[in-house]
Design a protein around this ligand. Structure first.
Ligand code: NAD
Length: 522
């Protein structure tokens, strides 16, 4: 089968394999270096760690394992570069960020293929990763010239004028699931606002972060503005969150890592932006377009391997249509192809790592023990045909899975599984649906299917979620706020909300008449 991907000619698995081999060769030949103050360098103690592809669990790269001293050099470089970068005009920053987007687009094929092999995410989704990353840079590039704008606020005797200033050097810590897109989402607004950065990518999929820093260098970003230090969370990441020169941490990852980072950064009084986990409901009322609702629910849980913070992992269905709707989901989802991520027909590739596979598949037994029914999937996929590195025998392949006969107190309904695993729960009334939807620790996204406008307004207002999509899957709109409530996060990305995080707001009050000043001691 050949598939047409935007900006690329039609491709097949064989072509993708050949191209991926070509792009990955450089990583096999030489270790991935850190990038500090404009220089590529190994870790200060020379140590590296191995990166494997989830396709077959074979090594694809060695990566510098950054030390505390490396973090210190990178944070110091970012601090020193800050005055110059913040001082240049927004128009000049805009130009460089657009240049980064141009080069990302020019290297889109390489980025997509490398990302797919590194993460196990299917190429049909990763093909858009580079394009979306470029869009992030363009969007925030265009906002750079007005990023410092403020307001004027009047009262009787004073005019208050606000302005914004970039906060300083930022630590950016990203997860493994869609690393390229998520990194650009954080880095683009940080740079547009005038901040400098130290990026610590996820140790399980660090390859495209290396491509990104090369692109930024080629685009003419001054030295020290963008530093890259690879390593593990508990040492390299920790050192970044504790460093005095780092003013704020933009973090995407698990909720429990967010709580650790809060503690680690307490002594240096960090500002935090957290995008964390989710257990997002999709609520389907009997009056809605069931075909479209099923397609959207399937897309939101089984695309990106279900390794997606906004996945619709709880399916809440009105009781009267519960059996019909869950059968519809089974009949559509059973055709989803699990396989080699570079095969254009594949929807679900391998999960990122055997430890994550063990976590996801442990919920198959948990579901049975809790009394739920496994209506689809529920067994690892053993017979994956492949030919990358000879075969793809790794144990990381999980089929689309659906649990039915579930209720919201079960662990399969409360815990973030982060795989292609959906838990379907019936509800009786609108209030039941709201109660069940809100009865979790998380509050990232919610999806709602109804043909009744008043119901849509009532329910969406009552849901405890940072983002609600009505009669839609997740469609990202960069000017709109993205982020979660409760254990799903702190702060919002997108539009001006991003600048609220990366910038300080300053207020200056000007007296407009000689108002009465208290005369103490007169
Ligand atoms: P993780 O929290 O294990 O790791 C994320 C990053 O944090 C990695 O770079 C890791 O090295 C680093 N890290 C780990 N411990 C650290 C510490 N003590 N100090 C500093 N850094 C540390 O998350 P993950 O497993 O890579 O990613 C999956 C999680 O990310 C899921 O929970 C998912 O929901 C969440 N996520 C959220 C969003 C969102 O927008 N809300 C988007 C994508 C992923």
């Amino acid at each position: 089968m050949r598939v047409l991907i935007r900006g690329r000619k039609a491709v097949s698995l064989q072509e993708n394999l050949q191209k991926a081999e070509k792009y990955l060769k450089r990583f096999k030949d030489k270790p991935i270096l850190n990038h500090i103050n404009g220089q590529d360098m190994p870790a200060s103690d020379g140590k590296t760690f191995e990166v494997i592809s989830p396709i077959d669990l074979k090594p694809i790269a060695q990566t510098a394992h950054g030390t505390k001293a490396d973090i210190d050099s990178a944070a110091t470089a970012a601090k020193e570069a800050f005055q110059e970068w913040a001082g240049i005009s927004g128009v000049a920053r805009k130009k460089i960020l657009h240049k980064i987007a141009d080069i990302i687009e020019a290297r889109a094929e390489e980025i997509s293929l490398v990302e797919s092999v590194d993460t196990g995410q299917a190429i049909r989704f990763m093909a858009k990763a580079a394009i979306r990353g470029a869009e992030n840079f363009r969007y925030f590039a265009d906002m750079a010239p007005t990023a410092r704008d403020g307001q004027s606020l009047y009262n009787e005797s004073q005019i208050n004028i606000t302005s914004r200033k970039p906060i300083g050097a930022i630590g950016i810590i990203t997860p493994w699931n869609t690393p390229f897109m998520l990194s650009t989402w954080k880095i683009a607004p940080a740079l547009a606002s005038g901040c400098t950065i130290v990026h610590k990518p996820a140790e399980l999929s660090p390859l495209t972060a290396r491509l990104l820093v090369e692109i930024a260098t080629e685009a003419g970003l001054p030295k020290g503005v963008w530093n890259l230090v690879n390593g593990m969370g508990e040492d390299t990441g920790r050192a970044l969150t504790e460093h005095e020169a780092i003013k704020a941490i933009a973090f995407v990852g698990e909720s429990r890592t967010g709580t650790m980072i809060t503690k680690q950064g307490a002594d240096t009084l960090k500002r935090y932006h957290f995008e964390l986990g989710g257990k997002n409901p999709v609520i389907v009322f009997a009056n809605s377009d069931l075909e479209r609702a099923a397609d959207a629910a399937i897309f939101m849980i089984y695309s990106l391997n279900g390794e997606r913070c906004t996945s619709s992992s709880r399916l809440l269905v009105e009781e009267s249509i519960y059996d019909e709707f869950t059968l519809m989901v089974v009949s559509k989802a059973k055709n989803i192809k699990v396989g080699h991520p570079l095969d254009p027909k594949t929807v679900i590739g391998p999960l990122i790592h055997p430890t994550h596979f063990d976590k996801v598949t442990s919920y198959f037994d948990i579901a049975k023990a809790e009394g739920a029914t496994i209506a689809l999937g529920g067994e690892p996929v053993q017979d994956i045909e492949s030919n990358f590195h000879g075969n793809c025998s790794g144990n990381c392949y999980v089929p689309p899975t659906l649990f039915t006969n579930a209720h919201n107190k079960m662990r399969i309904a409360q815990e973030e599984i982060f795989g292609p695993v959906l838990t379907a729960i019936p509800f009786k009334t609108e209030q039941d649906a709201i109660n069940i939807a809100n009865d979790v620790d998380y509050g990232l996204a919610a999806y709602l299917w109804t043909d009744n406008t008043q119901q849509a307004l009532r329910v969406s207002d009552a849901l405890e979620a940072g983002m609600v999509w009505v009669n839609s899957e997740n469609l990202r709109h960069l000017p709109s706020p993205f982020g979660g409530m409760k254990y799903s996060g702190i702060g919002r990305d997108g539009g001006d909300w991003s600048f609220d995080f990366y910038m300080e707001t300053k207020n200056i009050g000007f007296a407009t008449k000689p108002h009465k000043i208290p005369q103490l001691g007169a």
